[in-house]
Design a protein around this ligand. Sequence first.
Ligand code: NAD
Length: 432
Amino acid sequence: MEDSNVFIDALDRLRRIGEQTGIPTEVIDALARPKATLSASLPVRMDDGSRGYFEAYRCRYNDALGPTKGGIRFHPEVTIDEVRALALWMTLKCGVVGLPYGGGKGGVIVDAKDLSRLEIERLSRAYVRAMADFIGPDVDIPAPDMYTNERIMGWMADEYQTIKRVHAPDVITGKPIVLGGSLGRSEATGRGAFIVIQELAARKGLTPRETTVAVQGFGNAGYHVARLLHQEGYHIVAISDSKGGIYSDAGFDVESVYQRKQESSELHGVYCEGSVCNMVEHDRITNEELLELDVDILIPAALESVITSENVDRVKAPYIAEVANGPISGDVDTKLFDRGTVVLPDVLTNAGGVTVSYFEWVQNRQGFAWDLEEVRNRLASALIDAFDAVWQIATDEGLSLRSAAYARALRRIGEQVEAQGTRAYFGNAAEE
Ligand code: NAD
C-alpha cells in the first residue's frame, strides 16, 4: 500500500464502521480531519560538522475527551499521512479504554540506525524546540513509538523544561524512572497485549501449551508480549525483526533470544554461537513467510499495512493480535470477519502503552510514585474492563471485535459531541 493511502484507508474504515454501528454523521464528521498538524524542518549539527535537516511532524488529531496523547516515531518511511492515521487511531484507542485523552502522534523522517548517539540526542532536542509551543502537559503529551525509547523521552522532557523554565515531567511519558517515568511503562504495551490475548484465550478455550504463536517485530512491544506469552506456556515458534525472522517447531526461549539479540543486534545471529546454537534448531524465514505460517496466533508488532488484499488469502492463523498500529489494511476487514478469523484490534490490543502512559502522567501531576504492583493491577483492570465491554458489544450486535471497539470509542466521543449540541438540538431550539 502507498504510504499516502494509510490515512485515506483509516478514514474509509472509520466511515464504514460508523455506518455499520449507527454512529451519527456529526461524530464521524468531527473525526474526519485532524484538528491541527505542525510540520517542521529540524536542523541538526552532525558529527562531521555539517548540518543535517530532518522533516518532522506532530498532529493533534482530536481533543474532545482531553489533551491529545501519542508517540513519536523515528523512521525513514514516516509521512504526514501516516502520522495523521496514527493520531486518529490514538483518538479511538483512548476512547476504547476510557482515558481522559484525545489522540495525537508525531514522527521524524530519519533512519535512526544511521545516526550516532550524539546526533540522536541533538535530533530529539531539535524536535522539541520546534514543537515546544504545540505540545504541553495540558495540550498534547508525546511518548515513545518505533525507534524512540526511554532515553529519547528523557532528552525531550529535559529540552521542554529547559525552554519553558519549569519542572514539567508530565509533558512526556515513557521517561526513565529517575526522570519521572512510571514503573511498568516499558513493558506496558506488551503486557496489555498479553492480558487481552489471555482474555480471548479464556473465551475461546485456548490452552497455552497447545497454542503456537508467531511474532513479527521484536522491539519493545513484540519482545514483551512474546516474553509474557512464553512464560505462560505458549509456544513462540517464530520471531522476526527488520532483517528477517527465525522459526523453530519446538518454540523459542524468548528471553535468551532477546539476550542474544542485544549482544549481536541481529536476530538470525541469536542461535549461532555457543551452546544455545547447538541446542536449538531453527530455520531462517522472511517477514512475509512469517505472516503466512500455520500458527494459532499471529502477532504483527512492527509496521502498518502488512496484511493486505495481496497476501490475506495466504494468512492462515485463526487469531491475529494487532500489537502494531494498523497492520491490517481496512479493505480486508470484512473478508477476515466473514471467514471467521478473529482479529484483536490495535485500538484495544496495544492500548496498554497509553494506559500506563496515563498512569505516568497522573503520578507526575500528583508528585507521587506508585509501586509496580499497583501499576500492573490498574492496567489489568482497565484492559479487562475494556475487553469485556468490547466483547459484549460484539456479541450483542454481531460485530467483529474491531467494529465493536470502534463503536465503544465512537459512542463515547459521540456523547461529547451531543453534549456540545448537535443539529437536532439546535434545529429543535430554533423551531420552539
Ligand atoms: P521498536 O522500535 O521498539 O521495535 C520495532 C521492531 O520492529 C524492531 O524489532 C524492528 O527491527 C522491527 N521492524 C522494523 N521494521 C520491520 C519490518 N519491515 N518487518 C519486521 N520487523 C520490523 O517499536 P515498538 O515501540 O515496539 O513499536 C512496534 C509497533 O507497536 C508499532 O506499530 C507501534 O506503533 C506499536 N505500539 C507501540 C507502543 C509502545 O508503547 N512502544 C504502544 C502502542 C503501539
